[in-house]
Design a protein around this ligand. Sequence first.
Ligand code: NAD
Ligand code: MG
Length: 328
Amino acid sequence: MQIYRDVDVDSSILEGKRISVLGYGSQGRAQALCLRDSGVDVTVGVRRDGESWKAAQKDGLRVTDIADAVKGADIVMMLLPDEVQGGVYKELVEPNLKSGAALEFAHGFAITFGTIVPPKDVDVIMVAPKGPGNMIRMIFEEGFGVPAIFSIHQDSTGKARDIVLALCKKMGFTRPGVFEESFRNECHTDLFGEQAVLCGGITELIKKAFEVLVEAGYPPEMAYFEVLHETKLVVDLINRGGLSYMWREVSNTAEYGGLTRRSRIVTEDSKEEMRKILKEIQDGTFSNQWISEFDGGMVNMRKMEKDEEGLLVEKVGKEIRREFFNRE
Ligand code: NAD
Ligand code: MG
């Protein structure tokens, strides 16, 4: 894997270029502020007088509506939620995008699943940071950065590579380092990770384990500490030094219990299901389902959110976080 760092990148290609960041949420805010602090000419494009408009203005950025931000921009950064990008692109970006501009993404969804099909005369690039917006901003302010993946889907001007790497440098990502991958690989692996482990897998493990303890008569508060609160402590160890490092840090009892029991919890059947989940990502089943859920007003998703809020682990958690950690 070739890793690009600050010394490998000349960011002078961005001098005099007009960059528009569309969306001012998690990524939009962080990326716009980092670029501005690196001396880049940034305009934020958001819905007029909405929450994001006010937030960007408060942060001292130049703000305008999306169509206006796209007009004349050399680089348009699509930092809107994946599910709205297709619609916003058709209505406000495509009609205003100049020939020779670069269309930039933070995730491969829109290009991989074709919710956006850019014209041939623009560059299509991606900078996918490995961290949420608030972390990107915090680490940048400390003088460093988070790693990122960059991609070039379409190089119409012959300058796509210089541009994408320059953006990486200006946002601090080339301090730890960036590497190149395809939109497709970034998108498939990112979605799979979220579904199998990070968001899907871990929440279901917590939920079911909490239920088992409570149904067996143990106090919910204790169950909360053991199966939810402490996940972070173990995940931090795994993140820092990998699996073996974590096993060394936890007690011998925890190590023995974990190593002998884990494959009864996540079984060969679970692995088979993971393969099916990956297949649904690869063949477009997942993205089609998600986009139609969004188009249908996210009725099912709102219901699932409501069910989740109603769980005992959520009610108990609220109390505990208030009592012990002074937060909701
Ligand atoms: P977000 O939900 O935090 O922010 C969305 C912004 O878009 C807000 O300013 C919101 O007002 C605006 N917006 C929402 N709906 C809109 C609409 N219909 N029309 C116009 N504006 C609208 O989004 P995010 O999490 O920053 O995600 C942006 C991109 O970054 C996505 O492609 C996502 O996959 C990618 N990404 C996100 C993270 C993350 O940690 N959040 C990490 C890596 C990549
Ligand atoms: Mg990810």
